[in-house]
Design a protein around this ligand. Structure first.
Ligand code: ZN
Length: 370
């Protein structure tokens, strides 16, 4: 069998590669649209494919509670259930548990107890459950349960999170997987270089198919976050894919690619759509603004998405103002296309060996799109 991941071009620390999964190959760098509850909000799988998405993300926390992994398994697994036959990465649910901090009840060496956001009932996630849920969902990449702390956590908390994240990864590593399922571990340590090194070394020693950089993009300032990314990526093996969890603004995406990250996900394109805004090369357009009332131009000149090829800014503005579903859909399709195209262009620039100069140029316009 060929390698799970190959790097095919390098430019500085940036890399272009291929991730091979049970449901096909994913060219990297890859942006993963987020289908939290088994759907990328308002976008169907054929549209996702046409937009250029190579892999989507599903959320173990939400799918575990509604409709439940056993029901999804009974109906043929997550691919069949959501009608997407391409690669799927599922997160472990840990991020939701730890980011919904007022629902946390107790963390110990075997797992975490919390109140479900659905009905407030006490629930428990363990490495065994994280493995089981993702095995039943049948995703192509499964994530380890980890402890993600918010920005500003003190060193002793970070140290304990690193210790338990390693312990849990060790417990989860050899549990049953779906056929061909890859398993990624998640490094923690916040902005603390020494703890990030410890976390990375411990997890790499255990041996996983890929490694995520977790616990960043959790509310800290951008510059220290990017510095920590440079450091965190360098602690990870060259020959394995690196996944930065939770970044999706144009600048952030290009900055993490330039630091050697291969995969990332974010709800930003669809969340931005829900606020009535479009991502463009010149920055973010708030379609509610009255200046678009008679604007006959597309959201972005030359964009091949379904919104830009047929509709004017004036029409999208009208839809947004009237809270028409089509407005939300058109903005979601456009924003996803914008980000997927940006990442595809980054990949081509890496292959040409022109990534840095291309990135500077791309960011000139995109600064306002943050
Ligand atoms: Zn468009």
């Amino acid at each position: 069998m060929s390698e799970t991941f190959s790097v095919i071009a390098r430019d500085g620390a940036a890399r272009a590669g291929v991730l091979r999964t049970a449901h096909g190959e994913v060219p990297t760098p890859a942006f993963m649209p987020v289908g939290t509850k088994g759907t990328v909000k308002s976008v169907d799988p054929d549209e996702l494919r046409a937009l250029g998405a190579g892999i989507v993300l599903g959320n173990a926390y939400h799918l575990h509670f509604r409709p439940g992994e056993e029901l999804i398994a009974e109906l043929g697994g997550l691919h069949a259930f959501m009608g997407w036959d391409g690669p799927i990465l599922t997160d472990s649910g840990g991020f939701q548990v730890f980011s919904l901090r007022d629902t946390l009840l107790e963390v110990d060496d075997d797992g975490v107890t919390f109140r479900s956001v659905y009905d407030g009932a006490p629930e428990r996630f363990t490495p065994e459950l994280a493995a089981r849920v993702q095995e039943r969902l049948g995703s192509d990449v499964a994530m380890c349960l980890d402890i993600c702390l918010p920005a500003g956590a003190d060193r002793s908390e970070l140290e304990e999170a690193v210790r338990r994240t390693t312990l849990w990864a060790q417990q989860q590593r050899d549990l049953p997987r779906a056929p061909g399922q890859l398993r990624f571990a998640i490094t923690q340590g916040g902005l603390d270089g020494e703890l990030r090194r410890r976390s990375s070394e411990e997890l790499v020693a255990l041996g996983f198919d890929g490694y995520a950089i977790g616990g960043l993009s959790v509310g800290e300032h951008r510059e220290p976050m990017f510095d920590a990314t440079t450091e965190a990526a360098a602690f990870l093996p060259e020959e394995k894919p690196r996944y930065f969890m939770g970044i999706g603004d144009p600048e952030g995406v290009l900055e993490v690619i330039s630091r050697g990250v291969d995969m990332f996900d974010c709800v930003l394109p669809t969340r931005t759509a829900r606020t009535g805004s479009a991502l463009t090369r010149e920055g973010r357009l708030n379609l509610r603004n009255a200046r678009f009332a008679r604007d006959e131009r597309p959201l972005e000149e030359g964009c091949p998405c379904p919104a830009c090829t047929r509709f004017s800014r004036a029409y999208v503005r009208h839809l947004v103002n009237q809270q028409e579903i089509l407005g939300l859909r058109l903005l979601s399709l456009h924003n996803l296309r914008f980000l997927l195209d940006l990442v595809a262009a980054a990949r081509r620039a890496i292959e040409r060996g022109e990534f840095l100069s291309w990135k500077e140029e791309a960011l000139e316009g995109a600064k306002g799109a943050m």
